[in-house]
Every structure is written in C-alpha cells, then in structure tokens.
Design a protein around this ligand. Structure first.
Ligand code: HEC
Ligand code: HEC
Length: 245
C-alpha cells in the first residue's frame, strides 16, 4: 500500500519533475537563484568582489566584480562557449551549464564549492541552495522557439502585450522607454535589449532583476506566475518595442 517511503518518493518526484508554475514557492526559490546568477552581491546585500575571479581566464577581456557573475563565464543562454559568448568581449572558452539541468541540488552545490568556483568563500548556503535550484530546474533553451535563422521569438504578440500592460508597463512605460538600461550616450531600452540579447531579456523576465525596486516595489519575476508559452509571448512582444526614443 502507500508507505511513507513511497510518499516521500512521490513528493520528491513531483517537486523535481512537475512544471514549476504549479509551485509558487519553488518558483520564488528558483527565481531568486536566477537573480543570484547575475550580480549576487546586489541581490543579497553582500560585499562586491574587489578582485577578478581566480578561474577567469587571463585571455578574457573582463575584470573585477563582473567576472564573479555566473553569466560572465556561462552566458545568459547557459550555453557558455557554444552560445552567444562563443566570441566577442565576453568570450571565455568555458562551457555552459545546460548539462547540469536536472542534476540534484547536492551535486550542483558541490560544484559551486569546488576549487574552480569557491562560492562558499563569498556566500552562505542560503545563496548556494537557491543558485543550485536555479541550475537544476530554472534553465530554459529559447533557441527552440526562434524563427528559422533569426533571434525573433515565435509567440502571440497580442497576448504578450496584454501581459506587458498588466505587469511591466507601470515601471518600464507603454513603449519600454521609461527606463534606460544603458548609458546617456549609449541608451538601451526594452526593445533594444529584447532584440540584441533575447536570452538576457528572458532570463530577467522569468527571474527578475537583482535589487530592482521602484518606489519600494521589486520587479516581479514571471516564473511560476505565467507558463513558458506566455513568457515567450511576452518576449515576442518586447521584441516589437522601439529600440530608441
Ligand atoms: C570565472 C569563471 C566562472 C564563473 C564566474 C562561474 N563558473 Fe561555473 N564553471 C567554470 C568552469 C571553468 C567550469 C568547468 C568547465 C570544465 O570542466 O571544463 C564550470 C562548470 C560549472 C558547472 C558544471 C558544468 C556542466 O558540466 O554542466 C556548473 C553547474 C557551474 N559551473 C555553475 C556555475 C554557477 C551557478 C556559477 C555562479 C554562482 C558559476 N558556475 C560561475 C567557470 C566559472
Ligand atoms: C516595480 C517596477 C518594475 C516592474 C513592474 C518591472 N520591472 Fe523590469 N526592471 C525594473 C528595474 C528597477 C530594473 C533595473 C534596471 C533599471 O534600473 O532600469 C528592471 C530591469 C529589467 C530588465 C533588465 C534590463 C537590463 O539590461 O538589465 C528587463 C529585461 C526587465 N526589467 C523586464 C521587465 C518585464 C518584462 C517586466 C514585466 C513582466 C518588468 N520588467 C516589470 C523595474 C520593474
């Protein structure tokens, strides 16, 4: 019959394999890991690293705190040297983390504490656990949803627009021009980013942005709130927004 052992196995299997959006709490946990994949020191109020990460290759063109962001070595697309960072100023030659999707939290934790990574020297298990949950169950490969030979996402733009007006417009403006992600001389708006780097846009719309508050409200994460197709619809709409004022 129904033993305790099979019940815990059931719970384990449902947490690991069921769609994340049916578990709001898991989504909060995983998306926080997603924000830590970025500027983790901002997300949980830790000291900004003053050195370059010891495993950052000397041939790489970045230095300092940025080299401690997971994305700097593994990419916004999680594909490392096989993805968008296969060349250019973010090239490191380091492989991606996509093979680690589905690995146990313990296995990923061990990687984050190994000699290559040393993240246990800069953060507590609080952060390592969430990062591991993200690596294990927060990744998505949006290349499967691109139109052939382009970075344009296939999605329902009208549905995406509805979602945008509901969840994003207040902070980013009706055309995505309210917040400039770049600089005064080199402005970058929602439409610019979504076309130039759909992986980063998708990562941030799913997981939120580290320490992004407007008038005390954090940028919401969409993981667990809308399903993957709805996230793609939203991204498809972001790609229709104007690149400049
Ligand atoms: C300075 C560069 C660098 C940074 C930053 C970095 N890693 Fe890595 N990572 C590596 C290298 C090097 C490997 C090993 C690749 C190999 O074995 O060839 C690796 C491997 C991994 C793997 C195993 C890859 C696989 O086979 O699936 C995971 C998972 C991983 N890293 C996660 C992370 C996470 C999460 C972060 C941020 C907390 C992070 N890494 C930050 C350099 C980095
Ligand atoms: C409560 C305000 C708020 C809401 C709502 C909000 N955001 Fe944000 N968002 C921010 C802030 C703050 C930043 C940090 C960058 C900045 O300062 O402009 C940001 C950054 C981003 C970035 C990263 C830009 C970059 O280059 O770093 C993306 C992409 C983004 N938001 C998408 C969205 C989407 C899509 C929605 C709706 C699902 C949304 N945001 C809702 C406040 C918000």
């Amino acid at each position: 019959m129904f033993s305790f052992k099979s019940l815990s196995l059931f719970i384990l299997l449902t947490t690991v394999f069921s769609p994340v959006n049916s578990h709001a709490e898991d989504a909060d946990f995983i998306s926080e890991g997603g924000r830590l994949y970025d500027k983790w020191w901002q997300e949980i109020g830790l000291k900004k690293p003053a050195t370059t990460h010891p495993s950052y290759p000397s041939a790489g063109r970045q230095k300092g705190a940025n080299t401690w962001r997971c994305k700097e070595c593994h990419g916004w697309d999680y594909l490392g040297d096989k993805g968008a960072y296969a060349s250019g100023s973010h090239f490191t030659g380091i492989r991606g983390i996509s093979d680690s999707a589905g690995r146990s939290i313990d296995e990923v934790m061990a990687i984050l504490k190994n000699k290559t990574h040393r993240y246990d020297e800069v953060m507590l298990d609080y952060g390592l656990l969430r990062l591991s949950a993200f690596v294990s169950s927060g990744q998505v490969d949006i290349r499967h949803y691109f139109r052939p030979d382009s970075n344009k996402v296939i999605g329902n733009i009208l549905n995406g627009k509805k979602r945008y007006n509901q969840s994003c417009k207040e902070c980013h403006g009706s055309q995505g021009l309210k917040r400039n992600f770049g600089s005064r001389n080199k402005p970058e708006y929602m439409g610019t980013l979504a076309n130039k780097n759909p992986w980063e846009a998708m990562h941030k719309l799913r997981n939120g942005h580290p320490d992004a508050f407007v008038m005390g409200d954090p940028m919401p994460h969409m993981l667990g709130k809308i399903n993957l197709q709805q996230q793609l619809d939203l991204l498809a709409y972001l790609q229709t927004l104007p690149p400049a004022k």
